[in-house]
Design a protein around this ligand. Structure first.
Ligand SMILES: *Cc1c(COP(=O)(O)O)cnc(C)c1O
Length: 371
């Protein structure tokens, strides 16, 4: 005998709440134009690639040892990148903000506790809640996807959630919240508040970061990622800024040595090249604004985006539109409320390919009627 026994998943004693669940993930298909997961379309330069290679070689020389457990040097670099008077003790880092958020719910959520967000929002949040046994609650945004602050405040007073989670700019809508709105939520929330600023660098000039609120609110955290603007999705590095005690809480629930020596070294190289890594952000912002205007000229609705993607619609059969674009070599994302689709902003050539494909598809695409 060799190999393993071959039970079906249903034969295994899986936790009941995981029965029937599918692993999360957008389709990873091999097509020419990939505009589905909000990546930065520009790969690193030859100089950055060479520096990353050198850093990996250095890290390899001591690969017999566990990595620096608290990633102090990397957190120091991240604090400096964020500015706002933040220091190493204010910053936490993990393998993508997915893991950071799991640490937050591990420390502040859990059995008998709840997390609240404003829908539609990031489709991973309910999974972090499920995995940490945290009750997951949502209240709706307004029809234009902005925060309904009155409803939010009433819901917070009623539910008294242990965690309030707000993405700004929000995914999949691209819409941002204003600082005074976030401040109102911080004033009302009885537990911790996390503002997910995964797309902060793409926001319109003049947009204020929730980092400004950190001196005033001891239970506030602001989460960021190197996956989007930083063109570092493959490096897996997310981080968060908060009071030192908040960071200490996350350190309790992290796995020991969660950030590999290679991840720490490579992220530090990327941060050392921050101006270059971020150079294309202005180009992408300009492309986003142009794409938004173009979508509106087609008669479609496009949500006002401060991120590197646009939610547009509404279609009677969005899956059909998604498939017809894919048939033309353009992969976008079927996500968000019924009838809407999300397209990431790519290079000018990729965006042109998307516009061409959609122009072909639109005449036969039935629009959703008013509900
Ligand atoms: C992409 C994204 C993240 C980042 O995820 P990583 O794990 O850092 O790659 C976090 N929050 C939102 C809302 C996102 O869209």
């Amino acid at each position: 005998m060799s190999g393993t026994a071959d039970p079906k998943l249903t034969d295994l004693p899986l936790r009941p709440e995981l029965k029937g669940e599918e692993p999360y993930g957008a389709p990873q298909l091999d097509v020419p134009v990939l505009l589905n997961v909000n990546e930065n379309p520009y790969p690193p330069s030859a100089a950055v690639i060479a520096d990353i290679g050198r850093a990996i070689t250095d890290a390899a020389a001591s690969m017999n040892r566990y990595p620096e457990r608290d990633a102090m040097a990397l957190r120091d670099d991240l604090a400096r990148y964020l500015g706002h008077g933040l220091t190493t003790a204010n910053v936490w880092a993990a393998n993508g903000s997915n893991e950071v958020m799991t640490h937050v719910l591990g420390a502040f959520g859990g059995p008998g506790r709840s997390a609240l967000t404003f829908a539609p929002s990031y489709s991973m949040y309910p999974e972090y809640a499920r995995n940490t046994h945290t009750e997951w609650l949502t209240v709706p945004r307004r029809p234009d996807f902005s925060l309904d602050v009155d409803l939010a405040l009433r819901s917070i007073a009623e539910i008294r959630p242990d965690v309030v989670l707000v993405a700004s700019p929000n995914n999949p809508t691209g819409t941002r919240a204003e600082l005074d709105q976030l401040e109102a939520l911080c004033d009302a929330a009885p537990g911790v508040v996390v503002i997910d600023e995964a797309y902060a660098e793409f926001a319109r000039p003049g947009t204020r970061s929730a980092l400004e609120l950190l001196p005033k609110y001891p239970r506030l955290a602001v989460s960021r990622t190197m996956s989007k603007a930083f063109a570092f999705a493959g490096g897996r590095l997310g981080y968060l800024a908060a009071a030192p005690a908040f960071v200490d809480a996350l350190r309790i629930v992290r796995l020991p040595y969660h950030l590999s020596a290679v991840t720490q070294a490579v992220a530090r190289v990327a941060l050392a090249h921050a101006p270059e890594m971020l150079r294309q952000v202005d180009v992408l912002r300009g492309e986003r604004d142009e794409l938004e205007r173009w979508l509106q000229t087609t008669g479609l609705d496009a949500a006002e985006s401060d991120a590197n993607f646009i939610l547009f619609g509404r279609f009677a059969d969005r899956h059909q539109v998604w498939q017809q674009l894919l048939d033309r070599g353009v992969l976008i994302r079927e996500t968000g409320p019924q009838g809407w689709l999300r397209v990431s902003v790519g290079t000018p050539a990729e965006n042109a390919a998307f516009r061409d494909a959609l122009t072909e598809v639109l005449p036969t695409a039935e629009r959703a009627g008013d509900e």
